[in-house]
Every structure is written in structure tokens, then in C-alpha cells.
Write a protein that binds this ligand. Structure first.
Ligand code: PLP
Length: 368
């Protein structure tokens, strides 16, 4: 049996450190925000080469507050991609703005910069590229277009902790970068968590207020805020795990390189590539196969657990039918939704397990 990811193995490998961190917070009674969260904010900002980091309760809240801090609201349009987790789009809707989709590039499955300009209208205020699977979108052309049209760029880096684009860290290129610490992400809390990184003093200040009821000081509510604060225990746990993240990322990258090598030329499958100048952190290692559902069943029958990211693109989700999109509007995203299969990848995986997965993929492909 090869699981899709193995959080028990991760916990077992760092149990003493995690247990100490949790007990320290329990004893301190700093259950919400507090010193551990502040220290984590400093450490994560440094990790991302950003000036500030503001910790919140989820990646979705990080996106929501970054959009609000950029002044996005009702009547505005925000350009993003339909091949993402639904939260990217929900966060745009929370502000009252309208999500406008552009298709992805087939090679990387991230926003196709060539599609962006045609989607801009006088109401467009921001672009939210998604660093899907752990690889950054093609940021240089996206930043150029944004600069020409006066748009804010907010990076959805929820899957891309430590990814790089020509040596620049994810989250550090746009006005803000948003990360999730959902347990299965490359850096995961023992519960929910998220953070915004930014090098803008004014954005950091606005987001700090918005996450805590819009207070400038206690009971002085300058903004209509939210309760989006991070727990002390999550801050302490994330500090411990941040210390292991580079080692875990190296393990993910080495498993992905072995997958790439062994799968090259294997019948009927291709994988999105790591583009030149980018450091992919492989939150997801996806294959594309025309007989994806059959392949998934075949792997399941021999005990190999896979995932789908994502089987229905957001423009075809019932919840967002009001946007008026239809099947056929974004052919690349729709093809990826039909064909992408996420293979097991996690730092504690062994190279032997990678080989077993590849052998099973080849057997299923030949049997088909
Ligand atoms: C996980 C994820 C989110 C949402 O993060 P939560 O912490 O679950 O709210 C947003 N966007 C993408 C691309 C994600 O993968």
C-alpha cells in the first residue's frame, strides 16, 4: 500500500519537537496570536524574502484580506484561472468583485500570460496567478501587463512554499503572496492556518488590522474586520516544521526527478514540466493520461492511492454558474481536468516506492 501522502510518518519523524512546542503553548496560555505566532511571522517573512508576514487562520482568509487590502470590492473584476482549488475564486467573490477567468498553459498548468490582456476591462483591478502544484506562474509577463494597466498582482502561493522564479521566492513578486498551512500542504499546521507575505508597509498594516476585527488598538475599530487570527499552537508547530521545510522540499524534488526520469517515454503519459528558471516544489506530481480514470482504478487495485487536482474546473462548478461560463470556454483547463492524475509524493516516500508506482503505471498503461 502506497498512500498519497503520509502525515503520520511526518509526525513520527519530529514528534518530540512538535510535542514540546504544543505543550509550551498550552502552558503559556497564549492560545491566539502571541509570541510564537509573531516569531513564526518573522521567520516565514525571511524564508520568503519578504519584509512582512501576517499570519491568519486559513489560506482562503489570506487571499480574502490581500484582495481587500488592495482595495478590491463590488463592481471590480479580478483575473484568475479556472484550474485551481475553488478557494481562489471564493475569496474573490467574498469581496463582492467578479472573477474573470483566463486559460492555463499546457506545459506548466499555470496562467497563460498571452491570454491576460484580452480579459482586461475598465473594471479590472487585480490579477491572481496560482502557483499550481508547487510551480510558480510565469511572473515576468504577468507583472509587465499589470504594471502597464495599473493592476495589483496577488500570488496564490498556497501550494508553493519555497518555490522560485528566476531566483525570486514565491509570494515576493506581487504586492502580496498568500500561503495555506492546511495539513497536507508542503508546510502544514496541526489544523488550519494561512499567511500573507508582503513588502508593502501599508498592506501589512491593513491586513494586520483586518484579521483582528479591524482594530488599531483594543476596541478602536477603524476597519470592518474579521476574526481571522492564527492560533498560538499553530504558530509554534509551524516554527518547528519550517526548520525542516528545505530538507522536505529537496526530498520532494528528488522524488519528482526520479518520476520524470522513469516515466520519460512511458506509453501514453506526460507530466507538466518544470519550466526553465523555476524551482518547482512538487506539492503535487501530476501525470496526464487520456485514460486517466481507468489508470486511477488500476493503481487503486494494487494499493496505490492517487489524487485528482482538479476534476472539475471552477468555471464549470455549479456554485459559480452565475458567472455564465460554459464547457469549451477554457480548453486547456478542461483537458487537464479530464487527464491529470496526481501520483503519491511526500518527503518520507522512499525511492523504492517511486519505482513501484512507475512500474504499476506502466503495467496499467500496457493493460489498457
Ligand atoms: C489550499 C489552497 C487554498 C486554500 O487554503 P485553505 O488554507 O484551505 O483555506 C487556496 N488556493 C489554493 C491553490 C490551494 O491549494
Amino acid at each position: 500500500m502506497i498512500p498519497f501522502l503520509d502525515l503520520k510518518a511526518q509526525y513520527a519523524s519530529i514528534k518530540d519537537e512538535i510535542d514540546d512546542a504544543v505543550l509550551r503553548v498550552l502552558a503559556s496560555t497564549r492560545y491566539i496570536l502571541g509570541e510564537e505566532v509573531e516569531a513564526f511571522e518573522r521567520e516565514f517573512a525571511a524564508y520568503c524574502d519578504s519584509k512582512h508576514a501576517v499570519a491568519v487562520n486559513t489560506g482562503t482568509s489570506a487571499l480574502h484580506l490581500s484582495l481587500l487590502a488592495a482595495g478590491i470590492g463590488p463592481g471590480d473584476e479580478v483575473i484568475t484561472v479556472p484550474m485551481t482549488f475553488v478557494a481562489t475564486v471564493s475569496a474573490i467573490c467574498y469581496t463582492g468583485a467578479r472573477p474573470v477567468f483566463v486559460d492555463i498553459e499546457p506545459a506548466t498548468c499555470t496562467m497563460d500570460p498571452a491570454m491576460v490582456e484580452a480579459a482586461i476591462t475598465p473594471r479590472t483591478k487585480a490579477i491572481v496567478p496560482v502557483h499550481l502544484y508547487g510551480q510558480m506562474a510565469d511572473m515576468d509577463p504577468i507583472m509587465d501587463i499589470a504594471a502597464r494597466h495599473g493592476l495589483a498582482v496577488i500570488e496564490d502561493a498556497c501550494q508553493a512554499h519555497g518555490a522560485e522564479y528566476h531566483g525570486r521566492r514565491s509570494g515576493s513578486i506581487g504586492v502580496a503572496g498568500c500561503f495555506s498551512f492546511y495539513p497536507g500542504k508542503n508546510l502544514g499546521a496541526c489544523g488550519e492556518g494561512g499567511i500573507v507575505v508582503t513588502s508593502s508597509d501599508s498592506h501589512a498594516e491593513a491586513i494586520r488590522m483586518l484579521r483582528d476585527w479591524g482594530q488599531s488598538q483594543r476596541y478602536h475599530h477603524v476597519l470592518k474586520g474579521f476574526n481571522y487570527r492564527m492560533d498560538g499552537i499553530q504558530g509554534a508547530v509551524l516554527r518547528v516544521k519550517l526548520g525542516h521545510l528545505e530538507r522536505w522540499t529537496r526530498a520532494r524534488r528528488s522524488h519528482a526527478a526520479l518520476y520524470d526520469k522513469l516515466l520519460a517515454g512511458s506509453g501514453g503519459t506526460t507530466a507538466p514540466v518544470q519550466a526553465h528558471g523555476r524551482r518547482h516544489v512538487y506539492h503535487i506530481y501530476a501525470l496526464r493520461a487520456s485514460g486517466r480514470d481507468r489508470l486511477r482504478e488500476g493503481l487503486r487495485s494494487v494499493g496505490i492511492e492517487c489524487g485528482l487536482h482538479y476534476p472539475i474546473p471552477v468555471h464549470l462548478q455549479e456554485a459559480h454558474a452565475d458567472l455564465g461560463y460554459r464547457a469549451g470556454d477554457f480548453p486547456v483547463a478542461e483537458a487537464v481536468a479530464r487527464e491529470a492524475l496526481s501520483l503519491p509524493i511526500f518527503p518520507e516516500m522512499t525511492t523504492d516506492q517511486v519505482r513501484q508506482v512507475v512500474e504499476a503505471v506502466e503495467e496499467c498503461a500496457y493493460a489498457a
